[in-house]
Design a protein. Structure first.
Length: 261
């Protein structure tokens, strides 16, 4: 198992609900039109006030800007969020395109792992010739500066343990980053159904207290919808929710043995 890394990205399953009803990757659905609230914190705008704000007067820091956080290793930060150039890149810009390509890749890899496709896309945006980009990227792979397999393994470990995402959601995220399907399969194979169900139960247990006092159907919509957004199948989500509610004394006879209606 690879070393855990915190990957700061949205934990909403990309194939999750985009409207009134909750949908699962396996085609099942739950009508959330009467209370399918999003998971606490998901999609919430970062609109909180900073400490010391709210109209206080006083000298501003020189330069008028906040200090950049050091040591940021957010691997989800896309190339668009990075500076458009570095000193090394500017120095190489008027010379050999291979040198410029290497400078671009090294800058993007500093503190943040990237897949080969992410780097290839960045080189294409900067109009590096395809043959030059291919040669540079292949060399980076040879010296293990690019390692899509290690990237996928670390992504799965971190996003499952840190965000509770299921295999379906993890595979979708890795596909969007251009990881080869074979490497994706190998990475998500780290998780089995038993581990997924254990994680799903932990997620429900943490959310359960916040739903107390609501009617039974609304509790089910909230809990099952939260698992759906994280990529869990309909059957597993409703089965885990049923077990959790039964332990609290809720009547769940209207649900089938596998959580079906």
């Amino acid at each position: 198992m690879t070393r855990r890394t915190d990957w700061a990205e949205s934990d909403a399953y990309p194939g999750g609900p985009a409207g009134g009803g909750e949908t699962w990757p396996d085609g099942g659905s739950w009508d959330g039109s009467h209370g399918g609230e999003r998971e606490d914190g998901a999609g919430r705008s970062a609109g909180g006030r900073r400490a010391g704000g709210g109209g206080e007067s006083g000298p501003r820091p020189r330069g008028g800007r906040g200090r950049r956080r050091r040591g940021s290793t957010d691997p989800s930060a896309e190339d668009e969020g990075a500076p458009t150039s570095s000193r090394a890149e500017r120095e190489a810009s008027s010379g050999d395109p291979a040198e410029r390509a290497r400078a671009i890749c090294l800058r993007l890899l500093t503190g943040t792992p990237r897949t080969r496709k992410q780097l290839a896309d960045a080189l294409r945006k900067r109009e590096i010739p395809d043959d030059v980009a291919e040669e540079v990227l292949s060399r980076f792979e040879e010296v293990r500066l690019i390692d899509d397999s290690a990237f996928a393994d670390a992504w799965v470990e971190s996003r499952h343990h840190g965000r509770g995402l299921a295999r379906r959601a993890l595979a979708q995220e890795l596909r969007t980053k251009g990881v080869d399907p074979t490497l994706i399969d190998e990475a998500v194979a780290q998780l089995d159904s038993e581990q997924e169900e254990t994680t799903a139960r932990e997620l429900v247990d943490r959310k359960l207290r916040a739903t107390r006092g609501l009617d039974r159907d609304k509790r089910i919509r909230r809990l099952a919808g939260m698992l759906a957004r994280k990529g869990y199948s309909q059957g597993m989500a409703l089965r885990v929710v049923r077990q959790a509610l039964e332990e609290e004394g809720e009547d769940t006879d209207f649900l089938g043995e596998d959580g079906d209606f």
